[in-house]
Design a protein around this ligand. Structure first.
Ligand code: C2O
Ligand code: CU
Length: 502
């Protein structure tokens, strides 16, 4: 995603930002509302209010760079944060200050976005909006308070870099939550193409997509839509999600491994295990089940839910789901089926003796009770208090394959009017999907609530021809990208700015 600048609202050259040419919101013409600059006093004040006396500072370094990865007999040249996917685990406690030095060893601009964190706007990692891109050979230090516990992740907000190995997990521990489980397994799902003869940029070009940003002033090209994967697209349908994706991937991964050479997750029989599931894929939702077990869903997108027991669950791109399970004695397949596509990812759960499952194993749980995180209920402690919205924005999700172009309210990001908000308001977003494809819609910097006691989330699946309404408290001033977490949809236009006015 390289949103760059919305044509009329975010114009280069903010005054008073020495050394940061090209950043931030400045009204471009008389009819344009004035917007809160990511470096504004309001942003600093909000960050200061999050600071806690005596909070620790957690430090990390990320070096995005060209790497060669062994996915388990499949060797690929790609870009990553480490010699493995996912990148380094970053772990801190709620209230801590996180300080991450990014050293860009890529031959391209990059950025790091902290997905799901209600952080200070100038650290949100969106080039052209909240910061300048980190150029090849350049550095940037991210520093912000982590207000809420939960399972989060980080990735670039530059082009389709997310579809490489540029992702990692960020866990914010709740000091009061310790000891509720005996083991923790972090399970990262991904769809993989890079280094198999195509790069993600090749995939984007083959789809016929043009970036929704303004790359050197090139105009949009509305022609040349060319499906990839031959007849594959017709068959990519899911009864649960409708159209199940645009890209046919050669591999699906759990923790960077293909099913032929899976990771093994170990525990002792009858231990209580917390699984933190993160979908870091670019175009694939996964249906997840653990053979021989039912799963108790405890959190989604970092926030607790009323525990819900299920056989399987669907995790959209950008969503996280935490589940607990008391493991039986033996060897069990943890399977993540590419929903509506052909293929799956696998990890092996081992608590005792037994033969490992085959790469094609298909546990019966996958076809029993299956839930989307939308159906969960917020835990009482995180329910958003009832309040009438001060304003309601409608987001009509449009677009399609021919030409390959995805829109919100009929416009691609570069041409879109921002969704305005003011600090202190209750803002309602009504997302209306008029397409044949599902869209995991993500709002930066906020955790919205689904209606009528639904879960708190930052990424929610909107299925074809359905709508989802969410409410949020506008308590984090700045400029916040709101977009589909299908990276190819976001990059070709399905993104808009939730823009605070002073
Ligand atoms: Cu993980 Cu703008 O997103
Ligand atoms: Cu989408």
């Amino acid at each position: 995603m390289s949103p760059l600048l919305t044509r009329r609202h975010l114009i280069a050259g903010a005054a008073g930002l020495a050394g940061t040419a090209g950043v931030v919101a400045v009204a471009a013409d008389r009819n344009t509302p004035k917007l809160v600059n990511p470096r504004a006093e309001a942003v600093r004040r909000t960050e200061l209010a999050r600071r806690r006396p005596g909070a620790a500072t957690v430090r990390a370094t990320l070096t995005p760079r060209p790497v060669t990865l062994d996915l388990g007999g499949v060797t690929v040249d790609t870009w990553g944060y480490a010699e493995a996917a996912p990148g380094p685990l970053i772990r801190a406690k709620a209230g801590d200050l996180l300080r991450v030095d990014v050293v860009n060893d890529l031959p391209a601009d990059t950025s790091v976005h902290w997905h799901g964190i209600a952080l200070r706007n100038d650290m949100d990692g969106v080039p052209g909006v909240t910061q300048d891109p980190i150029g090849a050979g350049g550095r940037f230090t991210y520093e912000f308070t982590l207000p809420n516990s939960g399972t989060y992740f980080y990735h670039p907000h530059s082009g389709v870099q997310l579809d490489r190995a540029l992702y990692g997990v960020l866990i914010v521990d709740d000091p009061n939550d310790a000891g509720r489980y005996d083991q923790e397994w972090i399970v990262v799902l991904d769809d993989w193409v890079d280094g198999t003869g195509r790069t993600p940029d090749d995939v984007l070009a083959a789809l016929g997509g043009n970036v929704g940003g303004m790359h050197g002033g090139h105009g949009m090209n509305h022609g040349a839509g060319m499906p990839i994967g031959g007849g594959e697209l017709e068959s990519m349908m899911s009864p649960l999600l409708g159209g199940a994706g645009d890209v046919d991937y050669p591999h699906y991964l759990i923790n960077g491994r293909v099913p032929a050479a899976p990771v093994t997750l170990t525990a002792r029989p009858r231990q209580r295990v917390r699984l933190r599931l993160v979908n870091a894929a670019s175009d694939t939702a996964f249906r997840v089940a653990l053979g021989g077990h039912r799963l108790t869903v405890t959190h989604t997108d970092g926030f607790p839910v009323v525990p819900d027991v299920t056989d399987a669950l669907v995790v959209g791109m950008g969503e996280r789901v935490d589940v607990e399970v008391v493991v039986a004695d033996g060897v069990f397949p943890l399977v993540a089926v590419a929903e509506g596509k052909t293929g799956q990812a696998l990890a092996v759960v081992r608590t005792g003796d037994g033969r490992p499952p085959s790469a094609q194993v298909r546990p019966a749980e996958l076809d029993r009770r299956v839930i989307l995180a939308n159906r969960l209920r917020a835990a009482g402690s995180v329910r958003l208090p009832q309040r009438a919205p001060d304003r309601t924005h409608e987001l009509v999700l449009g677009g399609g394959m021919m030409p390959y172009r995805w829109t919100i309210n009929g416009k691609t990001f570069t041409n879109a009017e921002p969704l305005l908000a003011r600090e202190g308001e209750r803002v309602r977003l009504r997302m209306v999907n008029q397409t044949m494809m599902f869209h995991p819609m993500h709002v930066h910097g906020h955790t919205f609530a689904l209606r009528d006691g639904g879960p708190r989330k930052d990424t929610v699946i909107v299925t074809p021809h359905q709508s989802v309404t969410v409410d949020l408290d506008a308590d984090n001033p700045g400029q916040w990208m709101t977009h589909c977490h299908n990276i190819y949809h976001a990059e070709t236009g399905m993104m808009i700015n939730l823009a605070y006015q002073p």
